[in-house]
Design a protein around this ligand. Structure first.
Ligand code: AMP
Length: 495
């Protein structure tokens, strides 16, 4: 296993102890699970947070996703909870003692999976509840008793209202990705949930940034917290090589094929700004011979999990996604992230490129910039405090035939019309609620209603290699510069 401490050294504070897990003296069942996962050295957030949480202090942590944040809270919480561990089958002996709240169902599943792994040699039970799924199986699990409950706020409230779980013995609360929970309007839900919890408890808040709203939330619900900041807020991962290419709308798919081929990329995330654009782009790329799946808020929970699994197993090469669907996903070894549409919010740029170069691995982030995107580029420059140099991309002629398929919706219309982006709280984990909900037209693409069918066997060569060899050469548009080797102008690390 790699030594993550040295890889994160740029982010370490001078007083961050460099520690091996062995020095922590974790209880045997936890130490065994950690060793089995191959962790040897703690990441900076772990080295700083674990001892503090073990002391029972509240924590306000700023950490990028992919820094090992989940173990940073899960391990010390479980260590403390081991005092209550028991093998009884009685639900009463397994009350909820730790509550972990996350903004999206994918994140909830991901964190729950890690919690399960860390606790596999203990008698502590864990469960996850999130919207978009039948409540019954979740209810059955809750009624059996669970010590660690991972949840999205809307669905948790549904279960509280249905009296499926009692939270009066909660000792630990984790508000993970708290900035995003506030962004999407979960504050009232969080306030309600927190009102059900005992006042005497340990509260841990993790957020990518410490905005004034986050600070307000912390001052209301945290007691004398220890602030831990292992990476500068809004800093892009230092291990990510970033490029910004000038490409106009119609040439973006061509540019995508070109970069995939030039870099010999096997898998990538492709970010777009709208759900409709996401579905359309995925379908176009699939037609062009790339094994592609789409992940966006209009897909059912089952479809979203299938899309993720297909990507994780290597059945598909490209995951075309919106910000909502991809926030915080921990899919290891994604070699590249494409911003097919430049994000409307500069912070989303940081989150998007955080999907690559995770846990110290190197990654590539490629952003396509149209002429009309200049203001958004300036916003990213301001956030990263770095000058962005636009590069020209050279195109080869023997790329797949890319027919014009009409304008791919980049979400601008929706963004402009209602003054926000396409993300709405109801895109997230919301189950049946007592209050009426605003109905909205659902943009469904029947293509994505079908179960996922791989177009090629998993062991086949990257699709773009095969596609590139095909006849059916397109004519290069006048927007594309003539073939000329252009050096990478933006190699500098931004952190
Ligand atoms: P997280 O930020 O919690 O989503 O973790 C990102 C990834 O890093 C997960 O896949 C973890 O399994 C992995 N990870 C966490 N801590 C360590 C560690 N100390 N050593 C190696 N890998 C780790």
């Amino acid at each position: 296993m790699t030594d993550l401490t040295s890889e994160f050294s740029a982010e370490l504070n001078s007083d961050t102890p460099i520690m091996a897990f062995a020095q922590l003296q974790l209880a045997a069942p936890l130490a065994r699970a950690v060793a089995e996962m191959g962790y040897e050295t703690m990441t900076p957030i772990q080295a700083q947070a674990i001892p503090v949480v073990l002391q029972g202090r509240d924590v306000m942590g700023a950490a990028q996703t992919g820094t090992g944040k989940t173990a940073a809270f899960a391990l010390p919480l479980m260590q403390r909870m081991l005092q209550h561990e028991n093998a009884s089958t009685s639900p009463a002996r397994h009350p909820v003692r730790a509550l972990v709240l996350l903004p999206t169902r994918e994140l909830a599943v991901q964190v729950a999976e890690q919690v399960e792994l860390y606790g596999k040699y203990t008698n502590l039970r864990s469960a996850v509840v999130f919207g978009g799924m039948d409540m019954k199986p979740q209810t059955l699990e809750l009624k059996k008793g669970v010590e660690v409950l991972v949840a999205t706020p809307g669905r948790l409230l549904d279960h509280i209202e249905a009296k499926n779980c009692v939270l009066n013995q909660v000792e630990y609360v984790v508000l993970d990705e708290a900035d995003r929970m506030l962004d999407i309007g979960f504050l009232p839900d969080l306030q309600r949930i927190l009102s059900y919890l005992p006042k005497q408890r340990t509260t841990l808040l993790f957020s990518a940034t410490f905005s004034p709203e986050i600070k307000r939330l912390a001052s209301s619900y945290l007691q004398d917290p220890v602030t831990i900041e292992v990476a500068r807020s809004n800093a892009a991962a230092s291990t990510v090589e970033q490029h910004f290419y000038s490409v106009e709308g119609d040439d973006k798919r061509h540019a995508l094929h070109q970069v995939l081929k030039d870099r010999g990329l096997k898998q990538a995330f492709v970010f777009v700004n709208s759900k409709l654009g996401c579905a359309r782009l995925a379908r176009s790329l699939e037609h062009e011979g790339l094994k592609t799946t789409a992940l966006h808020g209009d897909k059912s929970q089952d479809e979203r999990l299938k899309a993720l699994d297909a990507f994780k197993s290597g059945e598909v090469d490209l995951l075309v996604c919106t910000d909502v669907a991809a926030r915080g996903l921990d899919i290891k070894d994604v070699p590249a992230v494409f911003n097919f549409d430049i994000p409307f919010h500069a912070e989303d740029y940081v989150h998007r490129i955080g999907r690559t170069g995770r846990a110290g691995a190197t990654g590539l982030a490629v952003t396509f910039v149209a002429k009309s995107d200049q203001r958004l580029v300036t916003d990213i420059e301001k956030l990263l405090k770095t000058k962005i140099e636009l590069e020209a991309l050279q195109f080869e002629e023997n790329l797949p035939d890319i027919r014009k398929q009409g304008h791919i919706n980049d979400g601008r219309r929706l963004y402009r019309e209602d003054g926000s982006d396409q993300r709405r709280p109801e895109d997230f984990a919301r189950g049946p609620r007592s209050e009426p909900r605003r109905s909205r037209p659902v943009q469904q693409d029947p293509f994505f209603e079908k179960p996922y069918e791989p177009s090629l066997p998993p062991e086949a060569a990257p699709a773009w290699e095969a596609a590139a060899g095909r006849p059916g050469v397109r004519t290069i548009s006048s927007n594309i510069k003539t073939k000329r080797k252009v050096p990478a102008l933006f190699q500098a690390q931004v952190a």
